[in-house]
Ligand binder design. Structure first.
Ligand SMILES: Nc1ncnc2c1ncn2[C@@H]1O[C@H](COP(=O)(O)OP(=O)(O)OP(=O)(O)O)[C@@H](O)[C@H]1O
Ligand SMILES: N[C@@H](Cc1ccc(O)cc1)C(=O)O
Length: 423
């Protein structure tokens, strides 16, 4: 292995929240390639950007020569991890879980190099393979005996639930910790896994697995967590008022995904460049120093947004986002494609369905760009309104020429307020 020190790199990128026995872990991973795992439960049909940090960290291990194992929680998803959750979860539907398995596996494979004939090619496993046939009596005797209830009820991940009788915690969720610990034990035994990573909310589950391996196998293994990113409003990073930012383009369009990064707080830009991208730390430092002098934050934010969009959706979608951005800045209509407008209709800008509409004033009112026909009239007269990027200075009766791809019209007030009319 090269001189490159992965633990230092992760630390400098702000990617370490907890780490066990750093000196020995450092020695181990600098001496030889190890297997490292991270688990993902199936709570929806797509991963969201909260999952990106552990996933990208797994990728960093692979890039440094180690073997990543992504564990799909086909079994654990049936139970639900209570870690830091305020309430008991509603059970996931069993049929959904098997459909989601395929979708999530595909997404993970997109990030990690799987089946590329290299020794450190990523492995995708599913914990239902060992939990489906497990016998409850054997589990309680062989695994349960190593867990102390006295310790478990004091774990910070479930303490708030135990202290709140109005919420409480079922035995089902309380047992989750044993299941994840058993996963680590199986992966250690069968795939020589020596490190588990996850978000910092996973620390309790990871520690339990390390203890189980220590007691059953008399071996030392390691754990590392990445910080759980929380926005200033207290909501987990990646979740918005209206929901999560998904990695699946059908659930969050690439344009909306790009906008999410463009709208992060300025104070996060360089931290996120370090944490989420593979851009060299020295380049990020130069950008940060230059920003302190020239206030180039908007350029660097767009650099982050472009990098993330390319990483998650690929180059073709990144180019589409650039076309859409130009279009919305009322600059270039010629290159716009039908699929670009479909992205805007999906979630990019406000849109309304229209059967028949008389004139521009009516459209402005219906779209909410204007409060009344009178206000609409003044807006048009003052040159504030455009149809498909072209300024309009008198009232207008819509016709087929206004319909891009026979079905879309972009109505704009200034350069920032848009509505897509969908005919
Ligand atoms: N904002 C975040 N920052 C860092 N890691 C995150 C973030 N959100 C989720 N993760 C990590 O992704 C993994 C899956 O998390 P989890 O299933 O709790 O996310 P979630 O889908 O947001 O959960 P929930 O639906 O319960 O809010 C965990 O390892 C978790 O630590
Ligand atoms: N508990 C993890 C998922 C997970 C499942 C099984 C494991 O072995 C590891 C991690 C989460 O909620 O995100």
């Amino acid at each position: 292995m090269s001189e490159f020190n992965l633990i230092n790199e992760l630390r400098n990128r702000g990617l370490i929240s907890h780490i066990t026995d750093e000196d020995n872990l450092n020695k181990l991973i600098n001496n030889r390639a190890i297997s490292v795992y991270c688990g993902f439960d199936l709570t929806a049909e797509s991963l969201h950007i909260g999952h990106l940090l552990p996933l990208i960290t797994l990728k960093r291990f692979q890039m440094a020569g180690h073997k990543p194992i992504a564990l799909i929680g086909g079994a654990t998803s049936l139970i639900g991890d209570p870690s830091f959750k305020k309430k008991e979860r509603v059970f996931n539907n069993i049929n959904n879980i098997s459909i989601w398995t395929e979708k999530i596996s595909k997404q993970i494979s997109y990030f990690l190099s799987v089946n590329d004939d290299k020794e450190n090619s990523a492995l995708l496993l599913n914990n239902k393979n060992w939990f489906n046939n497990i016998n409850i009596l054997s589990f309680l005797r062989d695994v349960g005996k190593y867990f102390s209830i006295n310790t478990m009820i004091n774990r910070s991940a479930v303490k708030q639930r135990i202290k709140r009788p109005d919420q409480g915690i079922s035995f089902t969720e309380f047992s989750y910790n044993l299941l994840q610990a058993y996963d680590y034990f199986i992966l250690h035994k069968e795939h020589k896994v020596q490190l588990q990573i996850g978000g910092s909310d996973q620390w309790g589950n990871i520690s339990s697995g390390m203890n189980l391996i220590h007691r059953k196998c008399k071996k030392e293994v390691y754990g590392l967590t990445v910080p759980l990113l929380i926005q200033s409003n207290g909501i987990k990073f990646g979740k918005t008022e209206s929901g999560a930012i998904w990695l699946n383009a059908k659930k969050t369009s690439p344009y909306k995904f790009y906008q999410f990064w463009m709208n992060i707080e300025d104070t996060n830009v360089y931290n996120f460049l370090r944490m989420f991208t593979f851009i060299d730390l020295s380049e990020i430092k130069i950008r940060e120093q230059a920003n302190n002098i020239n206030n180039q934050i908007i350029n660097d934010k767009s650099y982050l947004a472009r990098n993330m969009t390319r990483l998650v959706h690929g180059k073709k979608e990144m180019i589409a986002v650039e076309r859409i951005t130009e279009f919305l800045f009322l600059k270039n209509i010629n290159d716009i494609k039908e699929s670009d407008l479909e992205q805007l209709q999906q979630d990019g800008i406000p849109s309304i369905r229209i059967d028949q509409i008389q004139d521009l004033q009516e459209a402005l009112v219906l779209s909410g760009l204007s409060k009344s026909r009178t206000q609409a009239k003044y807006m048009i007269m003052s040159n504030a309104i455009s149809i498909n990027t072209k300024k309009i200075n008198k009232n207008h009766i819509f016709n087929n020429n206004d319909k891009l791809f026979k079905k879309f019209t972009l109505l704009s007030r200034g350069k920032k307020n848009h509505c897509l009319l969908c005919w």
